[in-house]
Design a protein around this ligand. Sequence first.
Ligand code: G4P
Length: 528
Amino acid sequence: MKDPRIEREIARRRTFAIISHPDAGKTTLTEKLLLYSGVIQSAGLVKNRKGRLAKSDWMGMEQARGISITSSAMQFPYKGQMINVLDTPGHQDFSEDTYRTLTAADSAIMVLDAGKGVEAQTRKLFEVCRLRGIPILTFINKLDMPGRDPLELMAELEEALGIQACAFNWPIGSGREFRGVVDRREQELLLFTKTAAAGAQKSQIERFPIDDPRFEERLGAQTAEKVRDELELLEVAGNAFEEKAFLEGRITPTFFGSALTNFGLEPFFDTFVELAPSPYPRPVDLAEGGEGELDPNSPFSAFVFKIQANMDRRHRDCVAFMRICSGRFEPDMTVRHHRLGKEVRLTRPHSVVATERNTLEEAFAGDVVGVISRDLYHIGDTLSLEGGFDHKPLPFFQPELFARIAPVATSLRKRFDKGMRNLVAEGAVQVVWPESGPDQTLIGAVGKLQFEVLQYRLDDEYGVKTDLHYLPYECSAWLEDDGEGFQAPTTSLLAKDKRGRRVVLFQSIWDKRTAERMNPDHRLLDIA
Ligand code: G4P
């Protein structure tokens, strides 16, 4: 029997990740989302030197404001909906977890810097979203600075990412002349007024229809005519919005604004919660064979997408973060652990992304729960009340760093092997074995942090100090087929991963491109 209250709770969830290149404005946008949700009254309080949000400040805020934050997600209400922003660390914290987190999102906000357009990290994160076909809204940020032409930026989205851009608003001026936007759906002009405290407070908006005489009055005849021409051009030549194409990740509603000065933010957030889907059915592998779909209103199920070791020696446990895909979670519930084929109790839920009351009483499909565990969970594990299926295995992402690792003393070999087996199974790093020397184990990662965590945990949990020796490979790819006849550049290395799939390690992106050209009959995959 379906419970209408649970259905209501699930329907109001919006679980998403913000994808961007460092410095595009992800942190600022997140903070402004808190401002507009009423969680904080003034922005700028939670920043530290580099404009990044300090975890400790967040934690303090958590108590003070009644929002709940883990190192994995942040939850708070926004105009009746319940927002779950998944954390996608960039900068020095970039790791495979950043990619994996995207598998827990129902949608994404892509933030671009209007002066820079599509940058490298955005492109990588976008590819992961595309693979899952999740809906993406685009926010083109920093319109208060001289930037690139809006039409050119929209064209770049299509050319660089292969996604159609549909302008939901249109900017009036840029840099110091950025005055406001036209809301194309409502056919209204939104004029912004700068607040004294430079973006710390919500911005004031004056709003009226574009056929109102004030349009010309406020903008001046010349600007008004230019904007009308651009709007007409968009009407004729622009992409029309289609909900189905959006939900399948083929078209991205695009917004222009400035996260710093708050220009264009509220209309963007409002449209985001309106368009972004609540948790929807997920494909699963059925126990009896074949594929099926799991409705979010089914009894509880979740999958583990991130395992975080506690770096504090007094608390050596790990936290397994799981995304609830269906039903309702309550602390201490007993569920089936599919891989282990046994029942486990989800005890001591850790800093769970909880309700407005900030205590973990329950959580619903769309939410993220962290449970403390030791050796119990691997990335991709399914937990459920009723069983009968598995959530889809999580993909592997192309490592861009490779190293050889060995214990400092041969007497530690056994412990080292055990630690590596466990940590690799858990998803801490990837391993590959060169075809030319299969007794050598190489480790691969997406970010340096993964190697640092691995070495720390081998020492801390298994008592093994290790030497790490970086190898000169900068990217890699899986061969889609068995690689028969594949011609590898001489500087590259052929290897196998733990699933027996063939991987090629390249010393540069140019080598990879050469390999692609040399082998038109073989497909190279970045995600497998
Ligand atoms: P990130 O999380 O994507 O890495 O970016 P973050 O929000 O930290 O923003 C990076 C820098 O860009 C910050 O400046 C921030 O203030 C600025 N910024 C963000 N949005 C806008 C915008 O709409 N307009 C303009 N002009 N700047 C913006 P910073 O100097 O690195 O930090 P801070 O000292 O200003 O905090």
